[in-house]
Design a protein around this ligand. Structure first.
Ligand SMILES: NC(=O)c1ccc[n+]([C@@H]2O[C@H](COP(=O)([O-])OP(=O)(O)OC[C@H]3O[C@@H](n4cnc5c(N)ncnc54)[C@H](OP(=O)(O)O)[C@@H]3O)[C@@H](O)[C@H]2O)c1
Length: 304
């Protein structure tokens, strides 16, 4: 048997539970994966809460991005063998907060030896989103990137990608994030009353791209700073972004391999700020669900 963290119905944290299942077996084009680490994302609790609809079979496994080793290779898969270390998004039906899961082989990337499993687990969703969010509209060195929610999992990585490209990076977040945000080379403009005027002081000529990681009023308040509305890209709130004349973040196939190399060469630090055992997955999800996390929270299967 193999453990997996699920939610039993649509709702709050009380619907979550660690259960046993038989070890999942890969079908054609799939890999069986022994999970070593799984990173937590806001989408985990948003899916559980029904914010993306409630059409899933229950109990529904939770968790979407993992790093682990291949324990089974489905028919028709080339390029992977049992024992390979990999990272990637999991098949949603099998989840990532689990001792074993399933990954579509074409979604998997070899884990660089230089990266630990917990670092690698932050790449498939959070780092790939940071990569796509900073490339969807190409900036040139010296142009200004504004990131709302800069101190979270995606934001800190997006800030570092921006610095690699020599953009001027500023970001909104709570004052408690100042030290970690400044360690990326970015400027923190604290959220709260008077934000727009503080941002105008920091960027008097406006900003060339807003990468929105918060949405709602936090996006509406800063939107006018974009040099044109199309220069708003949102991972958090596509509806509001489109209403403002911007776009939803679009995922690309190449993001995963590219950002894996960038992190392998130590140009971007995923900033893992907390790790939990699988038995404490509920605490890991709660740490992200409270909405003000710093960096990435990861479930480490080696912790007891
Ligand atoms: N479309 C996709 O495929 C995709 C993929 C990944 C993530 N996302 C979405 O992108 C968003 C960010 O993801 P994430 O993983 O980075 O989330 P996260 O790790 O939870 O970080 C969110 C950050 O936003 C900050 N924040 C909250 N309210 C704020 C406000 N009013 N102004 C400024 N900052 C504020 C939080 O802390 P402080 O308030 O303390 O600064 C926190 O650091 C989420 O909505 C997530 O669902 C979408």
């Amino acid at each position: 048997m193999s453990k997996v963290y699920v939610h039993n119905r649509t709702g709050g944290p009380e619907t979550q539970e660690l259960i046993d299942r038989t070890i999942p077996q890969p079908g054609p084009g799939e890999l069986g994966v022994t999970v070593h680490a799984a990173a937590v994302n806001p989408m985990d609790w948003k899916i559980r809460s029904g914010l993306f609809g409630s059409q899933r079979d229950l109990p529904a496994p939770m968790g979407r991005e993992v790093a682990g080793t291949v324990n089974g290779v489905g028919a028709g898969v080339d390029g992977f063998t049992v024992g390979d270390a990999i990272l990637g998004p999991v098949s949603p039906d099998f989840g990532g907060f689990a001792e074993d899961t399933i990954m579509v082989a074409s979604d998997a990337v070899a884990k660089p030896e230089e990266l630990s499993f917990i670092e690698a687990a932050t790449i498939p969703i959070a780092a790939a989103t940071a990569y796509d969010g900073t490339h969807q509209i190409e900036l040139t060195p010296g142009q200004t990137l504004l990131i709302t929610g800069i101190g979270g999992g995606v934001g800190l990585m997006a800030a570092q990608i921006g610095k690699v490209h020599e953009f001027r990076v500023i970001g909104t977040g709570s004052e408690s994030k100042r030290t970690i945000v400044e360690s990326t080379g970015a400027t923190l403009v604290p959220s709260g009353d008077g934000l727009l005027s503080r941002l105008r002081t920091a960027a008097p000529d406006g900003v060339d791209l807003i990468l929105d990681l918060v949405g709602g009023d936090a996006l509406r308040e800063v939107a006018e700073l974009a040099t044109s509305p199309e220069r708003i890209v949102s991972a958090a709130d596509p509806t509001t972004a489109v209403q403002l004349g911007g776009t939803a973040l679009v995922h690309t196939k190449e993001a995963l391999t590219r950002i894996t190399s960038v992190i392998e060469y130590d140009l971007v630090d995923p900033h893992i700020t907390a790790t939990f055992s699988l038995a404490r997955a509920g605490e890991a999800i709660a740490a992200v669900e409270q909405g003000h996390v710093t960096g990435k929270v990861v479930i480490d299967m080696d912790l007891l």
